[in-house]
Design a protein around this ligand. Structure first.
Ligand code: GLA
Length: 381
């Protein structure tokens, strides 16, 4: 694969690359829409990665090519990069150059060849994978000496300020910092993190990912509106962030909130509790006990946060009816993917039941695969 990457790079850029870097997509086990509320998240990295093959350029130009693109090279002047200037997929890597410079860690120009098997628009963080692979490449090419969490923050800044998507920090932290065999427990306020062993194999279980193929798009305003709603609720309650509302104070807080904000707050507070509960189960080696927590998380996203859709709801229902221990949508919502915790022997039957339920409902066939907790961003060669 690495020889192939060098050959592909040379065919486009006319020279040998200096290296190949990879960063993964992610699924979040639990802790949804908590990251921009200073709360807790628990993602794992997927085995699917975005690879960036790269070399430095000394003329201040950034030349970007994607194997999944339209066959053209996007050629940009480093000193002309500004939010809003690059509107295609190239905005994600270009945004990383921009964010590095803004943060006082300027990289010079570079040629990049991007290739990815992270499904796009599936809620699996293909954009974070692209940003983090680019950041890892530039960190090494230009000896910037940044740590994985620092690179994640640069990547998030690229997405927030350059691309214009107001996401939290979970996806970039997952892509930059996850380790194989573990979930990443992250406090999104302090950025304190812990790698929590998550050995599905030993428990005889699998994590089935069901991509509903309903394209989700965080840029469409609904995500920003939810984020603004949460911030407004925190303000009304006199809190810095919803993270600061303890579960014991939830009932009283709900009475003080307008009807449209109360369910958002209930979701965030109970979701942070579900993260804590999940961590307790994992630390005690009770992986099967995660099932009901996942399903409760889905109900909260569906009924209180209202970010599910008929396809994700059906995938959860059909998976659980077919014997999954639990299931929920993962990521921002409005489509995207569902995860289901399933006994190893049941994977084929559960996948088939979901497929058949989708067929009966007239939905496009979902794509399913099992995910093992994989490594974060790294240099491959
Ligand atoms: C998207 C965002 C994340 C997070 C999730 C919801 O994936 O990029 O920051 O807010 O939605 O948990």
């Amino acid at each position: 694969m690495i020889d192939q990457a060098a050959t592909d790079f040379e065919a486009v850029h006319g020279a040998r690359p200096s290296g190949v870097w990879a960063a993964p997509g992610r699924v979040n086990l639990i802790g949804e829409h908590t990251d921009y509320n200073d709360g807790f998240v628990l993602p794992i990295a997927l085995p699917h990665t975005t690879r960036v093959t790269a070399r430095r350029r000394e003329d201040g130009r950034v030349r970007l090519y994607s194997a999944q693109g339209d066959g053209t090279v996007t050629d940009l002047a480093l000193d002309g990069l500004a939010p809003g200037v690059v509107t295609s997929w190239a905005g994600y890597p270009a945004g990383v150059f921009w964010a590095l410079a803004e943060a006082g860690h300027p990289a010079g120009g570079a040629d990049l060849y991007v290739d990815s098997d992270v499904p796009t628009g599936a809620g699996l963080s293909s954009s974070a994978a692209l940003e983090c692979a680019t950041a890892a490449a530039l960190n090494d090419l230009y000896g910037l000496g940044l740590t994985a969490p620092e690179l994640a923050l640069i990547a998030q800044r690229a997405e927030n300020a350059f691309v214009g998507v107001p996401c939290g920090v979970m996806d970039q932290m997952a892509s930059a910092c996850c380790t194989a065999g573990a979930a990443l427990f992250l406090d999104t306020r302090t950025l304190e993190q812990r790698h929590v062993p998550f050995d599905l194999e030993a428990a005889g279980l699998r994590l089935l990912v069901i991509d509903t193929r309903v394209k989700h798009d965080l840029g469409d305003g609904a995500y920003a509106a939810l984020r603004a709603g949460c911030e407004r609720a925190a303000g009304l309650l006199g809190l810095d962030a919803l993270r600061d509302l303890p579960a014991a104070g939830l009932a009283a807080a709900l009475e003080r909130l307008p009807e449209d904000l109360a369910p958002l707050v209930r979701h965030v507070v109970t979701e942070n509790q579900r993260v804590a509960e999940t961590i307790e189960h994992l630390d005690a080696g009770r992986i099967a006990a995660l099932g009901p927590v996942l399903t409760a998380g889905h109900a909260s996203l569906r009924d209180d946060f209202r970010v599910s859709c008929p396809e994700t709801d059906l995938a959860v229902e059909a998976a659980v009816a077919a014997g999954a221990l639990g299931a929920r949508m993962t990521g921002g919502g409005f489509g995207g993917s569902v995860i289901a915790l399933v006994a190893a022997a049941e994977v084929a039957a559960v996948s088939e039941s979901v497929r058949s339920a989708f067929g009966s409902a007239g939905f496009a066939a979902p794509v399913t695969f099992t995910a093992v907790p994989s490594a974060g961003a790294r240099r491959l060669a």
